[in-house]
Unconditional design. Structure first.
Length: 273
């Protein structure tokens, strides 16, 4: 699924309103040592960050973002023309929810100094061999294998990965803004690509780990009366945010939940560390 197909799927997800939508220094043994050690830990962590504490350039982010072969069982592609939307194409009926809408649509949140983006697609499971090879008559086993193959082909998660680097504490602020938006908009809102906004019925926090801090949510929208779940995860490492916006075709069709793309998140977090 390349340029046009990816864009259509991403925009379909956005129409369903994707917003739908993640060292220590020693202290003394005297009284108050724990307090002093805590201060030293923070200072040491900041000092040890080195270059990571400042905004990275686009060239640096391009070297750090996931590449094909970094995640087993996944294909990593660069975005082609028309594979993304811009901030001006996104709307929300609640300004507080706009950061979520931007993040879920792969639009860099806030005011980053540099960005890099990729599309990561989970490879579908290989269908089981037919039990009656060479036979013209379909058996129940053949039908079951065919059904499993269809389900396996659809049960694949596609993730838009966005790296964004910020100056002057922008990464911390942007993640804080996303947390605030998720809490404020947990009851739902209306938004998405302008002219094709949909109703988001809820935003639920999920567990995720990585980087210096991380956060994740399941954003459920409603399309033609059916529930459509999407995943959003953010990982911060120094002044850089890695934002993961994911949908699953089988989930879009069934309304059933799906897992966060843990392998993708872990691989990207490791490259940023």
């Amino acid at each position: 699924m390349r340029s046009t197909a990816v864009r259509r799927t991403a925009l379909a997800a956005s129409a369903a309103c994707l917003a739908l939508l993640a060292t220590a220094c020693g202290g003394s043994d005297s009284g108050g040592g724990d307090e002093e050690k805590g201060k030293a830990d923070k200072a040491g962590k900041s000092a040890s960050s080195g270059p990571a504490a400042g905004a990275r350039t686009s060239a640096e982010l391009e070297k750090l973002i996931l590449a094909d072969g970094d995640v087993e069982g996944h294909k990593v592609d660069e975005l082609g023309p028309g594979d993304s939307v811009s901030a001006k194409e996104v709307s929300s009926d609640n300004d507080e929810c706009t950061p979520l809408a931007h993040a879920q649509l792969g639009v860099p949140v806030g005011d980053p100094a540099a960005t890099a983006r990729r599309i990561v697609t989970q490879e579908p499971e290989k269908p089981a061999d037919s039990g009656t090879e060479g036979s013209e008559e379909l058996t129940e086993e053949d039908l079951e294998n065919f059904e499993d193959a269809i389900k396996g082909a659809l049960d694949a998660t596609t993730t838009m990965v966005t790296l964004a680097s910020y100056e002057d504490g922008g990464a911390e602020k942007t993640l804080a803004d996303l947390r605030t938006a998720a809490e404020s908009c947990s009851g739902g809102f209306t938004g998405g690509v302008k002219g094709d906004e949909q109703k988001v019925t809820g935003v639920k926090e999920e567990k995720v780990a990585g980087g210096e801090e991380a956060a994740a949510w399941t954003v459920t929208s409603e399309q033609d009366g059916e529930k459509v779940p999407f995943k959003l995860a953010v990982v911060r490492q120094g002044a850089t945010l890695a934002v993961f916006s994911s949908f699953n075709i089988a989930a879009v069709g069934s309304g059933e939940d799906f897992d966060l793309p843990a392998a993708v998140i872990e691989a990207q977090a490791e490259k940023l560390a």
